[in-house]
Design a protein around this ligand. Sequence first.
Ligand code: PRF
Length: 376
Amino acid sequence: MKFELKGKDLQSKARAGVITTDHGVIETPIFMPVGTVASVKGVHQRELKNDINADVILGNTYHLYLRPQTRILEQAGGLHKFMNWDRNILTDSGGYQVYSLSANRKIKEEGVKFKSHIDGSYHTFTPENVMEIQRTIGADIIMAFDECTPYPCDYNYAKRSMHMTHRWLDRCVNHLEKLPFKYGYEQSFFPIVQGSTYKDLRLQSAEYIANAGAVGNAIGGLSVGEPAEEMYAMTEVVCSVLPEDKPRYLMGVGTPINILENIALGIDMFDCVMPTRNARNGMLFTAHGSINIKNKKWEDDFSALDEMDMTYVDTEYSKAYLRHLFSVNERLAMQIATIHNLGFYLWLVREARKHILAGDFRAWKEMMVKQMDKRL
Ligand code: PRF
């Protein structure tokens, strides 16, 4: 994997770069649509490519390991082939899903024993087997096994957990040395900074993670319920330590405003279920604020879904039509809303990139944040 910086904003820490992997080019800042179970819910791969123009999507080790199971992905020749997606894939390690989804789990130094949310069966994730599973899934970027602490989290727990995440990182790295690439292309590894909302822990963790010398670095444990200002404060301290010449990935973030604010602090990569999950509930993101399309006020509004026309659904369908589809519970409603929201998120990060390269990112960001902070 290669990362080149193409430009930096002078009035903020925002950067524009290019990541190159064996599955193509990713221009940063980038948003990665979430495709948890080998599908971005409701969207065809050809729409992701041709309409939304996603360069990279995210898969989840926790889900893929449980279903279809690692052996099926191995037989398929990896996740790219299985789902017919030839652009980039990043897999999360399960270091978050195992805490948020499994029925119960026991965290020990060795790893995490958990009960499947699907059939109640028991499994164990360790730094070692999670590296093996991710090698077999075959993503271009694979993530370290970590513990994402909840919010709020007391200082002593956060500190102990952070140190365990660091020891787990060493185990991931040691084990990966024994695991060759499985499918003939490179699979890059990103470690994850933790440390809850404590500045001293975040600094310490960022130093530890930077020292691992990986090709890219991630920040976890944020956007778990803390106020946005606290998240930004943590991003800022961590970015002051993480190397400039490697991509920085902020995991599980966030709203369009969170994304712009974190780009301004030096983040290059994002993922979040918000555009897809909220779409399925009838919430649309636009450059002028968010819309609940189920609202009666759209009943006879025959104007385009979004005048800005970021994807074809924006002008091919009206607000009144989409509202109708939601009110009669048609699955096409969710499909249209998902394409719209992902198209908007990808537009937003690409527009951010243009403004970073043009040198007016800061002013543009301030204007957009004001504009998007509305309910229409
Ligand atoms: N760790 C991992 N994945 C994650 C997170 C984390 O802390 C978060 C936190 N927002 C989202 N996804 N491994």
